[in-house]
Write a protein that binds this ligand. Sequence first.
Ligand code: SAH
Ligand code: SF4
Length: 420
Amino acid sequence: MNVADSELVGGILAGEGYAFTSELEDADVALINTCAIRDNAEQRIHGRLGLFHAQKRRNPEMVVGILGCMAERLRERFLEKEHLVDIVVGPDEYRRLPALIDQAFSGEKGIAVRLSRVETYEDIEPLRTEGVAAWVSVMRGCDKFCTFCVVPFTRGRERSRSLGTVVEEVRTLAARGFRDVTLLGQNVNSYRDGTYDFADLVRAVAGVDRSLRIRFMTSHPQDMSDRLIDAIASTENICNYIHLPVQSGSDRILALMNRTYTVEEYLQLVGRIRSAVPGVSLTTDIISGFPGETDEDHRRTVELIEAVRYDGAFTFTYSPRERTRAWEMGDTVSGEVKSARVTEIIGLQQEISRGINQRFVGTIEQILVEGPSKKSAQEFTGRTGTNRTVVFPRAQEQPGEYIPVRIVRANSATLFGART
Ligand code: SAH
Ligand code: SF4
């Protein structure tokens, strides 16, 4: 989501005549887009600001700014106390950036951190580099108020772009050669533009160009409608891949988290999805060490993972966030226990993923070519429709082409292929 937001900021600044440079030495303006979801993000910002400061000593004219979800929280410290930055701009005020940067050039510090009920930036074209895959933000904010989560406070109320502007943006992407579009929102399933819901939106986007692959993130289990499941099942180019965060396998913890579903309801949903979309790939998010989580609660999470057999899972240690309801519950599980639980879950999931991936060995997969692999120039990487990464020997293919690849080997994270 932050990559998409940075592209949006790039779009706003490009409209004012700015261009992007990857060389800090060339920059007149250096901006950090921050994330507040877990605590370790803050530490990284210190490191990055250090770099900017060394450069500012060489070029005192350079404007330094903090953007995004930590803006409000960091403004006092970095702008008002330590004078480390010139501007601080929250996620709903990016339109004011050009004016704030201008002011900063003339020595005046600037701050804009108000949240909006209506801002969707739907008229702004994000500044994207060429490639195969693109993010398209379709809604902003969140009204769910899970008790551990800071998003409703940092990004404000839920609001959706109109279907027409999303379809138009995807049409432009298709014309530019993008082939893989991920529709983004904290809770995409509650997308509503006044006329259309999310099932309408994915169908419309998929209809723009059938050679596009359409994916979306993130789906809250509560709002995963049968209409959406049906759209995935009946539309060839909507990927058979759903990220469906469960967070915990204990009903007691789910209630404390305000996740609004029980394990039983979640499993029924998984059953409905799997029977409607055979071969669908399911991934999840898990939080370990929520306040009051006992060994028994943890065991239930392990059992849920074994029961669902996810294709992948992202596991986080609980990080207390100020202003949330869980903040009041304390941070009762020790760091040691949290880490041990996360390690167990990651180990279990790797074993499951390896087992699932092994079953692909010998099959032929249609993959979308993305480009050179990280490890070797002789190898390319691509993805299956179920979001599995495939590494294969390079021949004549170009990024953006669909090709069949025979899978010859697999580990927990990657499939390895040979050309057919
Ligand atoms: N809107 C999405 C999640 C967005 S945040 C959803 O509801 O599914 C991405 C993930 O970060 C969450 O699914 C959760 O697992 C994790 N997360 C959020 N707040 C956290 C916290 N305080 N501590 C640890 N992990 C957290
Ligand atoms: Fe946070 Fe819950 Fe909203 Fe996801 S649905 S962004 S976890 S409050």
